[in-house]
Design a protein around this ligand. Structure first.
Ligand code: FAD
Length: 390
């Protein structure tokens, strides 16, 4: 529509290697991911082959140790890769983020033997992971989960149901938090469950508002038996493992949100500079120019916030508070920017002829997953004022 084609984001990257990596990701995004995004999202088709391609290209284990098949990349780089993937298609960007989340427990808390046995296939061997914390009756209050793992000799038998599981039914492995002891956070243990374990089954994918290509399903554990060698960390350590994974995962969601917002801004600028009303491009009108300026400012602020948190993580500094801030700010920014993008396109913005309505529907889920934005505010406030008194 316009002669002003969007320019790629000029990124500050630490090394030549990371610049090559972003160039590779852009190439895959433009050739393989973006052209099919609208049609496949509409049809609710999960692009499993894209994840195989990303794995072959070394893009499914980027922030992990190369000793086990990872890419040895700092979070500062990994998150910008996620941003590029999410701008092309959120199902892919968020899928890679969830896969990383599901590898976190084993990579951070597994024994050397467990890591040697399982991590290479998870990080670079084509496998896809899922992370199972939420349940039908426990979402924000995740520590009240009820799925049980009961010791039976050298095995554990897992019974219960996990809700809202991204990649539920298509994943090759499931990182599962289950109750092995007392009520509350200290009675939870983490397990690595293979996707083909007898007794594990997934329900039909949820019919969602957006991100329809990403399967989200209830996963049932009906007496799933796994050996103790698949327990990760100590008994009772599972909840703190789960929260540690979420600190990093929230940075992934923040980066995905910035990608979705950037895609919407690019569409809005392109449309506004081409569409004529009153004999001039609508981008001439100050009312729209100021909207575009505010959208771009929110995106740049979000990117700066997630990169600040990432650089703290890379430097070994505490980053939990900054990760919650980045998730909160970037996902709210994505909701606001995508809503404004629909407005810039007027009636056309409300149709499926342009991607902005899809981006707006996709932005909404980012305010909910991996801790709703109310929960992020609780996390930030705890850092400021300490735990709530009852
Ligand atoms: C598409 C999608 C994919 C997902 N993928 C995964 C996954 O892969 N793995 C996984 O484990 N989970 C996953 N989830 C689950 C997600 O993390 C939960 O939906 C989320 O944590 C909220 O839980 P809930 O839906 O049960 O809402 P609830 O906890 O019931 O919350 C309902 C509302 O109450 C608010 N609320 C709750 N408690 C408080 C409080 N103390 N103060 C203020 N407000 C509060 C919430 O913010 C929310 O607005 C996914 C969800 C979706 C929609």
């Amino acid at each position: 529509m316009s002669d002003r084609a969007p320019q790629p984001v000029e990124r500050q990257l630490p090394t030549e290697e990371s610049r090559d990596l972003i160039a590779l990701v852009r190439d895959i995004a433009q050739r393989e991911i973006a052209p099919r995004a609208a049609e496949e999202e509409d049809a609710g088709r999960f692009p499993r082959e894209i994840f195989s391609l990303l794995s072959e290209s070394g893009l499914l284990g980027l922030p992990y140790d190369s000793e086990y098949g990872g890419g040895d990349q700092p979070y500062e780089v990994y998150l910008q890769v996620l941003e590029e993937l999410a701008a092309a298609r959120l199902t892919v960007g968020l899928g890679v983020s969830v896969h990383s989340l599901s590898c976190h427990a084993l990579a951070g808390y597994g024994s050397k033997e467990q890591q040697t046995e399982h991590l290479p296939a998870m990080l670079g061997g084509g496998l896809l992971g899922a992370y199972c914390l939420s349940e039908p009756a426990s979402g924000s209050d995740a520590a009240s989960l009820r799925t049980k793992a009961v010791r039976d000799g050298d095995d554990w038998v897992i019974t219960g149901a996990k809700a809202w599981i991204t990649h539920g039914g298509v994943a090759d492995f499931y990182t599962v938090m289950a109750r092995t002891g007392q009520e509350g956070a200290r009675g939870i243990t983490a397990f690595l469950v293979p996707g083909d374990a007898p007794g594990l089954s997934a329900g039909a994918p949820e019919k969602k508002m957006g991100m329809k290509g990403s399967p989200t399903a209830l996963v049932n554990f009906d007496g799933v038996r796994i050996p103790d060698t698949r327990r990760i960390g100590e008994e009772g350590q599972g909840f703190s493992i789960a929260l540690s994974a979420l600190d990093s995962g929230r940075l992934g969601i923040a980066a995905c949100a910035v990608g979705v917002a950037q895609a919407a801004l690019d569409e809005a600028v392109s449309y506004a500079t081409g569409r004529q009303q009153f004999g001039r491009p609508i981008a001439d009108f100050q009312g729209l120019r100021f909207m575009l300026a505010d959208m771009a400012t929110r995106i740049e602020a979000g990117r700066a916030l997630y990169l600040t948190a990432a650089r703290r993580r890379d430097a070994g500094l505490p980053f939990s508070q900054q990760a919650a801030m980045a998730k909160l700010f970037c996902t709210d920014a994505a909701m606001s920017v995508t809503t404004d993008a629909v407005q810039v396109l007027g009636g056309y913005g409300y149709t499926q002829d342009f991607p902005v309505e899809r981006l707006m529907r996709e932005a909404k889920v980012l305010q909910i997953v991996e801790g709703t934005n109310q929960i992020q505010r609780m996390v930030i406030a705890r850092h400021l004022a300490g735990p709530e008194s009852r």
